[in-house]
Design a protein around this ligand. Structure first.
Ligand SMILES: Nc1ncnc2c1ncn2[C@@H]1O[C@H](COP(=O)(O)OP(=O)(O)OP(=O)(O)O)[C@@H](O)[C@H]1O
Length: 221
């Protein structure tokens, strides 16, 4: 079943001197239960397209629909909170919260009792290969790859039906990378989520159910 649809989506970055058309008339559909990899050369518009799907930016023209309803008509905060989980290239962890609190954050927002939220978050942190003695640390006391795994654990606790990830294996060694790819694949195939990954990593592209190739802001076949 289609969960997300991009219809003729275009996005332009504009400033006083120039306009950059980063995404140019992209139409495609995304289904639950599938892993999608968006690949393409640097500057081809992958991250911009992902941020449009995530509701972080609004298309200059065209529409993005969730279950047939235009996201432009929805409250953007509630779209992001209730439907989408994003794993950012730069992790976007809260520096003043511990590793455990970062992973549990989506559950705190949903008013789950702290003890239960922390238990669930701990489970996800262990799943992505973090160790219990790291749970009370702050993000700046972890390596880049460890921070990336905290960001992935946070996406796992959120339970969102859409998981969008920008280079989720970018800072990981091959063993951790395989583990994360397996988790993302499991979320799609067993958890029936829709997983969309922007990647330069051939190992990720290889396991994707659908490969979307971008060039100069367009999807190519
Ligand atoms: N804030 C911005 N202002 C102006 N132009 C931008 C901005 N961000 C990105 N661009 C331009 O938009 C185009 C698409 O960028 P985007 O980051 O989406 O590409 P990408 O395929 O994700 O690249 P990479 O693989 O290097 O991360 C590029 O030409 C880029 O220079």
């Amino acid at each position: 079943m289609n969960i997300l649809t991009s219809k003729q989506v275009t996005y332009e970055y504009r400033n006083a001197v120039q306009t950059v058309r980063a995404v140019n008339g992209v139409s495609c559909t995304f289904q639950q239960g599938h892993v999608y990899a968006i690949v393409g050369p640097s500057g081809s518009g992958k991250t911009t397209f992902l941020s449009l799907l995530a509701g972080l930016d609004v298309p200059t023209s065209g529409t993005i629909e969730l279950d047939g309803e235009s996201t432009a008509k929805m409250n953007r905060d509630s779209y992001r909170l209730n439907h989408v989980s994003v794993i950012y290239q730069n992790f976007n962890l809260f520096q003043h919260l511990t590793v455990l609190e970062n992973a549990a954050y989506p559950l705190y927002v949903r008013k789950m009792p702290k003890k239960k939220a922390d238990e669930l978050a701990a489970e996800k942190l262990l799943q992505v290969g973090l160790k219990e003695d790291q749970f009370k640390r702050f993000p700046n006391m972890l390596s880049g790859g460890e921070q990336q795994r905290v960001a992935i654990a946070r996406a796992l606790t959120s339970g969102s039906e859409l998981i969008l990830a920008d280079e989720p294996t970018g800072n990981l060694d091959s063993e951790n990378s395989r583990n994360i790819v397996g988790i993302l694949q499991g979320l799609a195939h067993e958890g029936n989520r829709c997983v969309i990954i922007v990647t330069h990593d051939p190992a990720v592209a290889e396991v994707a159910d659908v490969l979307l190739k971008m060039k100069d802001g367009k999807l190519i076949h």
